[in-house]
Structure formats: structure tokens, C-alpha cells
Design a protein around this ligand. Structure first.
Ligand code: DX5
Ligand code: ZN
Length: 213
């Protein structure tokens, strides 16, 4: 299972140090782009991501929590992230958008809020490379894991296996050393963690994650 720390929960005033600590120890850098409309919070955008990208080799995992993602997605093409993930709830054109992302040789991801059933994306799963299951309501770090999301991960894993597809399952929100194992067992390939990793000693927390799964 791969780790993608959410830098939203890091010390954003000292990101160079944070990036130095993470380099070589984690698989992706999870970037929570929030527009203040789709979610109540406003975080950072492509200008900040450009600067950040100049200071790290870690592949970028872009999570767009924005309305009308079709306008935002192209702004991230130049950074050649590993994936660009937009929300199912934010667009009427998920297939077109996924195809646009794939055309850039970037993995196309779709994210589902806790209330959104995985059955809704089942018909067009083959258009996707990654599904991000939100295990908290998006908008803030530091919330607690919503247990019914485990069933969504299992159901999605079943769809993927039954259709024999190559799709990564990423899970985001409220993950810590106590629940990481059940999330892995449910079928997660990538876990996002913010507060668990960045509260206290970052290296020790990453290590603690690794020995707990
Ligand atoms: C929530 C974000 C998450 C969040 C994770 O809107 O998408 O990535 O920062 O932080 P924790 O692990 O603290 O829930
Ligand atoms: Zn996120």
C-alpha cells in the first residue's frame, strides 16, 4: 500500500523543510485544492503548486475539490502530476474530463464524497485510472473516519476485480495507525493522511504507518 501525505495539514510556512523530510519516504504528495465553493474552505492553487513542484521529486497527487473542474484541470497539466482527481459531484461531464486527463498521459481520478454511492461510477469505470473514496466530508483535515466508507471500498474493489480493470483505490480522510489495517483489508492501494503524519514527529509517524500495515 502506498502513502500520500496531505500537505494541507503540514506547516505551510516551512514547506521546504517538510519536503526534505518526506523525500524518499513517501510515494506521493497529496495536494488538496479547494475553491471555497465546492467545499467551504479556500486552500491553494496552481501558483503554489508550481513553486512546490520546483522543490520536490515526489510525484504529485492532485485532489481538486472545486466546482466546474473542467476549468481547473488543464492548469495542472504542465506539472506532469501522477494523477489529477476531480469530484463526481462537481461535474456533469466526468467521462470527457477523464479522457482529457488521460490524453496528457496523466492518470485520471474521480473522487466520491461519503454520500455518493460507488454504483454511480460503475458504468464508466474503464474510463478511469484511480478512484478516491472520501472517508470524511471534504473541506477540512483532522476529522474522524466515517466507518460506512469501508463498505464502499469493498464494493468498489469487487467491481474492479469483476471487470478485470487496472484501477487504483485511494482513500482520504481520518486515517491513523488504528484504522489503517481495516482500510488496507477493504482494498485500498493508496492512503492519504494529513493530521496523523504531520502532528508531532513526521518521520516517526510515517514509520509507524509502515509497521501498522
Ligand atoms: C479533506 C482532504 C484530506 C485531508 C486529510 O478535505 O481532502 O486530504 O487533508 O487530512 P486528515 O488525514 O487529517 O483527515
Ligand atoms: Zn484530499
Amino acid at each position: 500500500m502506498k502513502i500520500s501525505p496531505s500537505i494541507l495539514a503540514a506547516d505551510l510556512t516551512d514547506l521546504k523543510t517538510v519536503l526534505q523530510i518526506l523525500e524518499g519516504k513517501v510515494d506521493f504528495l497529496h495536494l488538496d485544492i479547494m475553491d471555497g465553493h465546492f467545499v467551504p474552505t479556500l486552500s491553494f492553487g496552481e501558483v503554489y503548486v508550481k513553486l512546490l513542484n520546483e522543490h520536490t521529486q515526489i510525484p504529485l497527487d492532485v485532489h481538486l475539490m472545486v466546482d466546474q473542474p473542467e476549468k481547473e484541470v488543464p492548469k495542472y497539466f504542465d506539472f506532469k502530476p501522477f494523477n489529477i482527481t476531480f469530484h463526481y459531484e462537481a461535474t456533469n461531464f466526468p467521462v470527457r474530463l477523464a479522457r482529457e486527463i488521460r490524453k496528457q498521459n496523466i492518470k485520471a481520478g474521480i473522487s466520491l464524497n461519503p454520500k455518493t454511492p460507488v454504483e454511480l461510477i460503475e458504468p464508466f469505470l474503464e474510463e478511469l485510472d484511480l478512484v478516491l473514496i472520501m472517508s470524511v466530508e471534504p473541506g477540512f483535515y483532522g476529522q474522524s473516519f466515517i466507518p460506512f466508507c469501508l463498505d464502499k471500498i469493498k464494493k468498489l474493489k469487487d467491481f474492479i476485480i469483476r471487470k478485470n480493470l487496472d484501477i487504483l483505490i485511494e482513500v482520504d480522510g481520518g486515517i491513523n495507525k488504528n484504522n489503517i489495517n481495516s482500510i488496507k483489508e477493504a482494498g485500498a492501494d493508496i492512503i492519504v493522511a494529513g493530521s496523523f503524519i504531520f502532528k508531532g514527529n513526521i518521520e516517526e509517524n510515517i514509520q509507524c504507518f509502515k509497521i501498522n500495515y
